[in-house]
Each structure stands twice: as structure tokens, then as C-alpha cells.
Design a protein around this ligand. Structure first.
Ligand SMILES: *Cc1c(COP(=O)(O)O)cnc(C)c1O
Length: 489
């Protein structure tokens, strides 16, 4: 007999809740944590971008499941000593690798507030859902989508792209695909060789298979070749396949190239295909009057995936999917189950719910940090910040073009600069230079392959990055490059 059954009627006292015994003590500690985090951001420039985790820190951090309680102050001490110093580094202005947003103080504080409310934003009738609806409406206006469009927060663009493939699949095959699967359908989709890897993964996860994604070659500016894409669609139709989806890129991950979105939209209209845009980081360029014209045609898409956590600087994670026809979106995910019954009043009201627009049921309050960010800084200032990252990339491009020891490897469309240090065995040496940069704590670019050549890839995404950070990175590349070459000689 279990302990509980053996002692009917005994309920442990309120001291068994997880609330603190001494609120004053926890309040003081909480205020210190907040101060420490504000200092962490305010003084970020005084620290290295990144530092390797010492073996001792890694091993001492590993402990068995704690059975007994610890003081919150002690747990916080471990955070301060072993976690915070060894974070990714994307808060730092010297971080210029991959595509990482820097976060903001408004977002930091909003995360704390969201944690206090601990809202489950899967659905139901409460104001946090209205906050998400407000952001959906702002995005709809920003992208020039019609009323009736729908949107939903998700983890990131990888998830949003997968969901878009599912919406397009459901739109093509009708409700039956949700019950019986693909059957004999031979769906094919089209994108550029420069598309992000998660697009092929989305095809895989949606049960369509990676092979059903035609990766069409791109021109010298890394934009998909629309004529070749069109020809491939015709050929596939002639071969008895069923083209259903084109995925354009608004800011490719390698070089920041933007496909000719208007041409892709026209092609999709003519061929009656779903037009999805992976705008992971580039779509928010719509906030900038200088960049928006490069994205012409975006407003004609059937769906757009993007991240607020990249150029939008919202704290991780804050991905988003916007769908032109909200009914098609909802028809892909909504499911009638008894425990999610909708009512006309009470907490079970206010349908449809976010859980009708994606695979997640329980969901955090991603909308709040996004709403705070948009409200606090305003769309125009965010747009100016985004445009500034592109100006900084042009600044770096000009410096590289004027430096004979360096070579540009791709045109700079937006905020991404790909280049390398010229030398023998350049791929290996440039990879070492990037690792040297990381370990030096000066700057953190990443790498990519462009036409078989390993590029040092600088993506200026962080709103804190300035010319001084680019200068420091530039000088260090020359210094580390020279040292590597000298060592090899
Ligand atoms: C970052 C990125 C993705 C993936 O987005 P996540 O938020 O990391 O899932 C997809 N496509 C492009 C172009 C990206 O830059």
C-alpha cells in the first residue's frame, strides 16, 4: 500500500508548495538577478564575444539528479559562475556568425513578465491571446496581406517552413490527405540550390521526401534561375508528376540573396502553385523603406516564414508563419477533440485559437516580447537599425575590396559579407582563422562554402555591432592569416 493511500485525510501543509517561505529574501535576490542581467547587457563590450568552456567547468557542472533542495542563491551562484560566462555570445557586438539577433532590454524584461504570467498560449479566452492576435495583425499590414490572413508564433523558421509545406500539401490534396496520407500523389516542389537546409528537411518530415524537392541552380548573384525553374515544372508535369509548391528565399543564409519574388509569384499564378517564401531573416527588411523595394513580390506570397529573433532582435525564440488564406491554414491543423471544445462564453471562448494553426497545443507567450519590442522601439527605428546593418556590411565590403590580401567571394546584397584570406590551401587556413577569431574573443564570424571555396562569412545582424567591431575583426583576420601562413612555411 502506498504512503498516500495509507494515510487518508492527511494533506501536507502549505510549506510543501513551491512558493518561497521568505518573500523578502527572494525579492532581494530577484532584484539582484535583474541588476546583474542589465549589467551583463550594458557591459557586454568589456567581455570576449565567446570563450571556450574549460574542461573543469564542464565536468563540475555535471551532477546527478538533485533529490534535495538547494538555496536559490546557491543555484544562482552556479549560473553566474558556470553558465553565464560561457553563453553563445550573440548579445555581443562582435558576434557576426550565422544569423543571430542580439536581443534587447525591452525583450529581456518582457521575458520576465511573461514568465510571471506563465500563460499557456495554445488557446482559450485571455488577453495574452489578444497580444498574439495584435502582432499577427501588425505583420499582416507590414506584408500587405489581405484581411483573413492568419499568423502564428512558432519556435523558428525551420518549423514555420515545415508548416508551410503542410499547408500547401493540404491545399493541394484536400482534406483526405489528413486522414489517408499521400496515397499515390507524386507531389514535387521547387527551390534554389541556395535555399536553407531546413527546406529539404521540411519535405522529408512532411512525408514527401527530399528527392521531391527540385533544387534549381542560381545565377551569379545567388538568385534562383526562374526560367530553369519553370522548365523543370513543365518537364515534371510531362513526366506525370504533380508540382504543387515553389519556395523562394528572401535573404539566403549564405549570402543574403533575394530571389526575384515578383517573378516567382507570377510563375506560381500561371502554374497554379503555392508560393511560399523563406524570409527567415530577410522578410523583416519590410520595416526599412530602403530594403522593402528589394522584397517586391513578397506581398503576393501564399505564405511567409520568418523569425523575429534574427533581424527583429526579439529574444529567442520567436519564429512566425503568416498565411494569406487563414482558412487553408486552419484546415491544415485544426482538429475536433472533446477536451478542446469551444464555448461562446467563459475561459473556453474566443475561438479560433493558436493551436488551430500549428502542431503545438501548449505554447509559451512569445508574442509578449515581440509586442514589447515593436511597441518600445517602433517599426521605424527597427527598420533603421536593419538598414544600418546593411550599411555596415557595405562598409566592410569596401574595406575588403581595397585590401589585396583579402578576396570577396559573393556580392553583398544585404548584411552578409563572404570573403577569404588569400593563401595556399586557403580552405583549411580560412577555417583556422575563423576558429582563431572565436578563441581570441575578438569576433565571431562563421564559415560557408561558395563554389567550393571556404568563405569567412560575416552577417551583421546584431544592432550593437559597429564599425569598430568590423575593424577589429578585419585586422585580426590579417594578423591570424599571416601567422598561419608563417607557421606553415
Ligand atoms: C535561420 C534561417 C532558417 C532557420 O530558421 P530557425 O529560426 O533557425 O529555425 C531558415 N532559413 C533561413 C534563410 C535562415 O536564415
Amino acid at each position: 500500500m502506498s504512503k498516500l493511500e495509507g494515510r487518508p485525510g492527511t494533506i501536507a501543509g502549505p510549506s510543501e508548495t513551491l512558493d518561497p517561505q521568505d518573500w523578502d529574501e527572494v525579492r532581494a535576490l530577484g532584484h539582484r538577478m535583474l541588476d546583474d542581467m542589465l549589467d551583463y547587457v550594458a557591459n557586454v563590450r568589456d567581455r570576449p564575444v565567446w570563450r571556450p568552456i574549460p574542461d573543469a567547468v564542464r565536468s563540475e557542472f555535471r551532477k546527478p539528479l538533485p533529490r534535495d533542495p538547494s538555496d536559490l542563491a546557491e543555484v544562482y551562484g552556479e549560473f553566474s559562475e558556470r553558465i553565464a560566462p560561457y553563453a553563445t555570445g550573440n548579445v555581443h557586438p562582435g558576434f557576426m556568425g550565422w544569423v543571430h539577433g542580439g536581443g534587447t532590454v525591452a525583450g529581456l524584461l518582457a521575458e520576465m513578465l511573461a514568465a510571471g504570467l506563465n500563460a499557456n498560449c495554445g488557446g482559450r479566452n485571455h488577453m495574452p491571446i489578444e497580444v498574439e492576435r495584435q502582432v499577427v495583425e501588425w505583420v499582416r499590414q507590414l506584408f500587405g496581406f489581405p484581411e483573413g490572413a492568419s499568423g502564428v508564433f512558432v519556435t523558428g523558421t525551420s518549423m514555420a517552413n515545415l508548416m508551410a509545406v503542410l499547408v500547401a500539401r493540404r491545399a493541394k490534396l484536400g482534406p483526405d490527405v489528413r486522414h489517408h496520407g499521400l496515397g499515390n500523389a507524386k507531389l514535387t516542389a521547387y527551390t534554389s540550390v541556395s535555399a536553407h537546409g531546413c527546406v529539404a528537411q521540411a519535405m522529408d518530415l512532411a512525408g514527401l521526401g527530399r528527392e521531391a524537392l527540385r533544387r534549381i541552380h542560381a545565377d551569379r548573384a545567388h538568385r534562383v534561375d526562374v526560367a530553369t525553374l519553370h522548365a523543370r515544372i513543365k518537364q515534371d508535369r510531362a513526366d506525370g508528376l504533380d508540382p504543387f509548391l515553389v519556395i523562394g528565399s528572401a535573404g539566403t543564409v549564405d549570402t543574403g540573396a533575394i530571389d526575384d519574388l515578383a517573378a516567382l509569384a507570377a510563375l506560381c499564378r500561371e502554374e497554379q502553385l503555392w508560393f511560399h517564401i523563406d524570409g527567415a531573416y530577410g522578410a523583416l527588411g519590410m520595416l526599412s523603406p530602403q530594403i522593402a523595394p528589394l522584397l517586391a513580390g513578397l506581398e503576393q506570397a501564399n505564405s511567409i516564414a520568418f523569425d523575429f529573433h534574427k533581424w527583429g532582435q526579439v529574444q529567442y525564440d520567436a519564429g512566425f508563419l503568416m498565411v494569406r488564406d487563414g482558412e487553408q491554414h486552419r484546415d491544415t491543423f485544426a482538429a475536433p477533440v472533446a477536451y478542446l471544445r469551444r464555448e461562446t462564453r467563459g475561459l473556453a471562448g474566443s475561438s479560433p485559437w493558436p493551436c488551430d494553426f500549428g502542431p503545438d497545443l501548449s505554447r509559451g507567450f512569445r508574442a509578449l516580447k515581440t509586442w514589447f519590442t515593436l511597441r518600445t522601439y517602433g517599426a521605424d527605428k527597427l527598420g533603421a537599425m536593419i538598414a544600418r546593418t546593411c550599411t555596415l556590411a557595405k562598409y566592410l565590403e569596401a574595406k575588403i575590396a581595397a585590401e589585396p590580401r583579402l578576396q570577396l567571394l559573393a556580392p553583398v546584397t544585404l548584411n552578409i559579407v563572404c570573403f577569404r584570406f588569400r593563401c595556399d590551401d586557403a580552405n583549411a587556413v580560412n577555417a583556422e582563422i575563423v576558429a582563431d577569431l572565436h578563441e581570441s574573443g575578438i569576433a565571431a564570424p562563421s564559415t560557408t562554402m561558395i563554389g567550393g571555396e571556404l568563405a569567412i562569412r560575416v552577417a551583421v545582424v546584431n544592432h550593437r555591432t559597429d564599425t569598430a567591431n568590423l575593424d577589429a575583426m578585419f585586422d585580426a583576420v590579417l594578423r591570424f592569416g599571416a601567422a598561419r601562413v608563417a607557421a606553415a612555411a
